[in-house]
Write a protein that binds this ligand. Structure first.
Ligand code: ATP
Ligand code: MG
Length: 258
């Protein structure tokens, strides 16, 4: 018991894996990220929710430098994000990302999709890469699809391949940007279950989602964004049962009643 409270009270920064501090980002005149401070600890699962256009995707994309920032700092494991070249490729491997659209390579098989980054970025040999790819494909329940092309798979299967591909790089953190919102309803759960298992296994995760059941059961913390700001942060129970801000109350009443 004392160990838990020591970690919580005394060493949040030492345990920080991803830290955003005073981050600002504009798209032209639009101030899309406004003074964002967000620290994500090792093993923590943070669910980001908020209205359309509030900056959730942009926030994720800044963490693996798909978007640059105007001011502030972002560190991973205490190191600032690299600017370019091999270091940047390595960052993108350290920060796994799964998007709404599955983004698999259409002209490569499922197995090749999961092997490619291991060989190119991590410099694994082919045999080891294949072995790891097969293990991961089995783990996400699509081992039997290894030799097919992405277009031959269902959306839920493709998304699980995308997760396996990111995991093959041994990422330090996984970012999920609405990973189930393009899926037919019957495929949503098979993807959420893979994510639940990852969370239980201790993966550090940032998940943008409207799946409130997932947020309640898997998140350590909910971050609510509106108009480019973090308006509220709380544990899921606290956030869903007792939102403090009017923006969050309004948002929850809309998504929970429709
Ligand atoms: N590349 C871009 N160029 C210009 N404006 C952009 C660009 N990307 C995003 N925006 C704008 O920035 C704002 C935040 O967008 P973002 O995609 O981060 O929101 P979001 O919270 O992910 O929304 P959604 O829930 O619809 O996915 C929006 O107003 C959007 O139109
Ligand atoms: Mg988005």
């Amino acid at each position: 018991m004392s160990e838990v409270s020591v970690t919580k009270d005394a060493a949040p920064v030492a345990n920080a894996l991803v830290a955003l501090s005073g981050v600002n980002k504009h798209f032209g005149a639009l101030h899309v990220l406004q003074d964002i401070d967000l620290t994500i600890s090792r093993g923590e699962v943070v669910v980001v929710i908020g209205p359309s256009g509030s900056g959730k995707s942009t926030l994720c994309r800044t963490v693996n430098r798909l978007e640059t920032i105007d001011s502030g700092s972002i560190t991973i494991d205490g190191k600032p994000l690299p600017q370019e070249g091999k270091e940047l490729a390595r960052l993108r491997a350290d920060v796994g990302m799964v998007f709404q659209s599955f983004n698999l390579f259409a002209h490569k098989t499922v197995l090749e999709n999961v092997m490619l980054g291991q060989v190119k970025v991590r410099k694994a040999d082919k045999k080891a890469a294949e072995e790891k790819a097969r293990t991961l494909l089995d783990r996400v329940g699509v081992g039997a699809q290894a030799d097919k092309y992405p277009a031959q798979l269902s959306g839920g299967q493709q998304q699980r391949v995308a997760i396996a591909r990111a995991l093959a790089m041994d990422p330090k953190v996984m970012l999920f940007d609405e990973p189930t919102s393009a899926l037919d309803p019957e495929m949503i759960n098979e993807v959420l279950e893979v994510m639940q298992q990852l969370a239980r296994d201790g993966m550090t995760m940032v998940v943008v989602t409207h799946e409130m059941g997932f947020a309640r059961s898997a998140a350590n913390r909910v971050v609510f964004m509106a108009d480019g700001r973090i308006v509220e942060e709380a544990e899921p129970e606290q956030f869903f049962n007792n939102p403090r801000s009017d923006r969050a109350k309004d948002f929850l009443s809309k998504i929970l009643h429709h």
